[in-house]
Write a new protein. Structure first.
Length: 256
């Protein structure tokens, strides 16, 4: 069955830096489809920095036309900010799936929210029931396993060998929480929420076949595998999380 057309107001889009500079500081005007995490990355900030600067509150949904502060409020005699070290700049670009879950909702058209008590959009469809018996999203072998890697890195999931255009299937019943390419390292990325507090992630896809808010069934084709993002060959980066904690998919699903 063909996938329903995507709702364009909920498609995450890339952010082109275009700060407005005023005596009060630097600001970014939110455009349709931009996400908080992508805005932060475009200006070399962490998502948590942007939350603090603008006193954002959950569910962290932005509105088209909203002005986001990029620098602290200026005082009458501001001190120049010290230059960032290489380590600080690197941390600003250390994006996690948890960041995308909270800061990856594309901006909607409508009134700009008030500081508190403003209008909030309809939440994602509820995910009820018991945790599904997860399955592998495609049959390819593991080319990078879960856990520590050389250079102090850590793989929060597994990377599976894939053929370009191969069907990527939902690991279990759930609701699409994020669909977009606003985070370059992950390429075309899907996040699916499941019952029991579980989340699955599917990155580096060639194309996405479902939109945010869609209900999906286990085994349903939700993307086509590819080589988008920071990878050198076609593959699928697959994560399985319980709450905010990444879990080794091979230990949960088995069979690899």
């Amino acid at each position: 069955m063909a996938a329903p057309p995507a709702r364009t107001d909920w498609v995450a889009r890339r952010v082109v830096p275009a700060a407005i500079v005023s005596p009060e500081g630097r600001f970014h005007v939110v455009k349709a489809g931009e996400t908080g995490i992508a805005i932060a990355r475009a200006y070399g900030l962490t998502w948590r920095d942007l939350i603090a600067l603008n006193k954002l509150q959950e569910p962290f949904v932005l509105r088209v036309g909203q002005r986001l502060r990029l620098t602290p409020v200026l005082t009458p005699s501001p001190r120049p900010a010290p230059p960032q070290t290489l380590e600080q700049r690197a941390r600003a670009f250390d994006i996690t799936i948890d960041d995308v879950m909270t800061g990856g909702q594309p901006a909607k058209n409508g009134p700009v929210p008030r500081a508190a008590g403003g209008e909030r959009p309809a939440p994602l469809p509820p995910v009820t029931g018991t945790a599904p018996a997860f399955r592998w999203p495609l049959p390819g072998r593991i080319i990078s396993g879960f856990g520590p890697k050389p250079g102090g890195r850590f793989n929060d999931g597994v990377n599976l060998k894939a053929s370009p255009g191969e069907a990527v299937r939902a690991a279990g019943d759930g609701v699409v929480a994020y669909a977009g390419d606003a985070i370059p390292g992950f390429g075309n990325l899907l996040l699916v929420k499941h019952a029991g507090g579980w989340v699955t992630a599917y990155a580096h896809n060639e194309a996405l076949l479902v939109a945010r808010g869609a209900r999906v069934k286990a085994g349903e084709a939700i993307a086509r595998a590819g080589q988008s993002g920071a990878v050198a060959e076609p593959q699928l980066h697959f994560e399985l999380r319980r709450g905010r904690t990444p879990v080794d998919p091979a230990r949960v699903i088995g069979g690899r």
